[in-house]
Ligand binder design. Structure first.
Ligand code: CUK
Ligand code: CUA
Length: 666
């Protein structure tokens, strides 16, 4: 059946709400609620009439009742979704599916003033490719910081696949604090994944390249091209990745895909899929098969099994090579030290997900209808027994049969798996446009390793997201399907279609219910993580007036009330400004051509939401200055003229008057 036909058949099956028969559904769904509020039965009929007039089915009404968050009340859960090649992170409330914020990460964003102030430009510039600044990224996998294998609500990490960068977002103010560029690799995908106590952030390469962003011809692929797994050391105290304590492990030139950290019994280990063990590089016009065919010839690729804790010891002992200023554990060392193993996995794997207990590793292969479940214990037994051969790079290959617990047939194009607290796993089926719910097995579990139910989604689903769905403590109320295609779901808005996030009720062990479609007109949300809002404690204003969000401390240079002014020292000019409803002090800034200006602004407001912004024409500047925040912008007054600066945030009745003049005299 084609997609259009599917839709119309769904329509035919709709039992439109009829007010006569409606009382039953309304009654079932909510009458007791209304009665307890003392509302008369007549209202039930009234509601039934609205439903009927709008052509809603009883199922629609149930879904609406489960997702509606009344004005002034809050969502119980937040999801952090990648924004794909918008380079940003999206914060969405669940169950309302309201977009609350777009956190600027790899791409300058004027509403937040990100990439326009000195402080935020420094974040972006620190991750330049050599000296070429990058103004976009391809975000794929957000990772919340964890303590003891559960989200702790403190930090969020996200990778940039296009340039192999890793970003750190502080969840006190939901702002990007740091971006590091991987000195070894140019393209990543197996990140960000946090180890259970956020000691390290995992960052696996995608497309193999020569290390250090160097040149080597494709004819030297096997000799010079490599994959790598980087472990970024995270320092919770400073809230920063510490590159000095970070390192990589050299891998064969297979393409690493998704990764995951072990937990519980598998804590200290990590797992990463690799595909293209064929080592295809394309060359269509030269008579080679395209990459998609060349990289899909083998029946088996490899799951990389890595002892990261041992690797950290080996790196600390200096058994590494310095490449571009960061240590690399060479493949031979990794093999010799028992850090690196591989296990065959069915062709072209994509997602690898460790079960909540840490006992099993679930691999989904794009071209295999099964998920393959590996037992961590069996892998350890095979290693201990020395039961392996070696690939052409000398990496031990453990036997498939010795490591596999089971395979579960789910459907076409399985990609990614999440877990809940009812013992179910959920795997996305890209080609089937469906979600498979299946039962995780193991010791003492009846009827495990079985498919239970399939639910169609719209369409071509990638990742799934359950609250804590990749942690040791998943929860089982909602699942979000992050779909690649939306086709016929929304009002047409031109040839670039919105992405479609679908909210699904997973609370019943018997049936899954699709609740809500959320179009996302921003960027492709690959993965998302969901956390109860009770675990987050964001500030509503900065703790003190003069706060520097770059250091999360009071700035000694912050302009304070009563200390405002323009201070000249030769051609160096410091502008010390404060903002409060509805003026900037000073509001006249007289400069001379060629002045080097350091302009600092403190928003001295203490009220929630009393943000001021600052647009400076001619210098390509817009800043957002939240209550208490101090911010800096530096520039050279390079053109004489009169520049009215103003507040871009509609902050008060006299917001239009919140302006001043910068005059640059010839
Ligand atoms: S990937 Cu996008 S659907 Cu980058 Cu995690 Cu699988
Ligand atoms: Cu401040 Cu508008």
């Amino acid at each position: 059946m084609d997609e259009k036909a599917k839709v119309s058949s769904r329509f035919d099956r709709r039992t439109v709400f009829k007010s006569g028969a409606a009382a039953a559904v309304v009654g079932a769904a909510g009458a007791s609620l209304w009665r307890s509020g003392g509302v008369a039965r007549a209202d039930d009929d009234d509601i039934a009439k609205i439903a009927e007039a709008r052509g809603l089915t009883p199922e629609d009404v149930r879904a609406a009742l489960k997702t509606y968050v009344p004005s002034g009340t809050y969502d119980e859960t937040l999801i952090f979704a990648s924004g794909g090649h918008s380079g940003q992170v999206l914060v969405i409330g669940v169950p309302s599916m309201r977009l609350l914020k777009q956190i600027a990460v790899f791409t300058p964003e004027p509403w937040q003033g990100y990439g326009f102030s000195d402080e935020t430009r420094a974040v972006l510039e620190a991750s330049a490719f050599d000296d070429k600044p990058l103004t976009w990224g391809d975000t794929h996998h957000p990772a919340l910081s964890e303590t003891n294998g559960e989200y702790d609500g403190q930090f969020l990490f996200i990778n940039d696949k296009a340039h192999a960068r890793m970003a750190v977002i502080d969840l006190r103010d939901f702002e990007t604090k740091q971006i590091v560029k991987n000195p070894h690799i140019l393209s990543n995908h197996g990140g960000a994944f946090a180890t259970p106590n956020t000691d390290y952030i995992i960052d696996g390469s995608q497309y193999a390249t020569p290390f250090g962003w160097e040149y080597a011809p494709l004819s030297e692929y096997k000799e010079k091209y490599r994959g790598a797994m980087t472990l970024w050391k995270f320092d919770r105290e400073t809230g920063r990745i510490d590159p000095a304590l970070s390192f990589s492990i050299e891998l064969p030139p297979y393409w690493q895909d998704l990764a995951d950290a072990g937990k519980g019994p598998s804590d200290g280990w990590m797992f990463s899929n690799s595909f293209n063990t064929e080592m295809a590089t394309g060359g269509i016009l030269e008579g080679h098969p395209p990459v998609e065919a060349g990289a899909s010839m083998h029946d088996m690729d490899y799951l990389s099994v890595i002892n990261w804790r041992k690797a950290a010891e080996v790196a600390a002992a200096g058994k590494t090579e310095d490449i571009k200023g960061m240590p690399m554990i060479r493949m031979a060392t990794a093999v010799e030290e028992g850090i690196l193993f591989q296990v065959p996995e069915p062709k072209s794997p994509h997602g690898v997900d460790v079960t909540p207990t840490g006992e099993y590793i679930v691999v989904a292969g794009k071209l295999d209808p099964h998920v393959t479940v590996y037992s961590f214990q069996k892998i350890q037994d095979a290693i201990a027994a020395g039961n392996f051969e070696q690939d052409e790079f000398g990496v031990p290959i453990l036997p498939f049969d010795a490591c596999v617990e089971t395979q579960v047939e789910l459907g076409l194009g399985p990609l990614h798996t999440q877990f809940d607290d009812q013992g179910f796993a959920y795997t996305s089926l890209f080609l089937d446009s469906a979600i498979a719910r299946w039962k995780v097995g193991g010791e003492g579990i009846d009827g495990g390793w079985e498919m239970v139910e399939k639910l169609p989604v719209h369409y071509n689903v990638g990742h799934l997201c359950v609250v804590g769905g990749d942690t040791m403590a998943p929860q089982g109320k909602h699942l979000i399907a992050l779909n690649k295609w939306s086709i016929d779901r929304f009002t047409p808005v031109g040839p670039l279609f919105p992405q479609n996030l679908q909210l699904i009720d997973i609370s019943s062990p018997d049936t899954l219910q699709l609740l809500f479609d959320m179009p996302l007109g921003v960027g492709e949300p690959h993965y998302a993580q969901a956390i109860p809002t009770s675990k987050l404690a964001p500030w509503t204003v900065y703790p003190e007036v003069g706060w520097d969000p770059a250091t999360q401390a009071l700035s000694p240079d912050a302009p304070q009330p009563g200390k405002e002014g323009v201070v000249r020292d030769g051609n160096k000019v410091a502008v010390n400004m404060t903002s409060i409803r509805s003026h900037f002090t000073p509001d006249w800034v007289n400069l001379q051509l060629g002045d080097e200006v350091t302009w600092r602004i403190t928003n001295i407001e203490r009220a929630d939401d009393a943000t001021h912004a600052f647009a400076l024409p001619g210098q390509n500047v817009n800043l957002s200055i939240e209550p208490g925040e101090t911010i800096t912008v530096s520039f050279t007054a390079d053109r004489p003229g009169v520049y009215p600066f103003y507040c871009t945030e509609f902050c008060s009745a006299l917001h239009l008057e919140m302006m001043g003049y910068m005059l640059v005299s010839p």
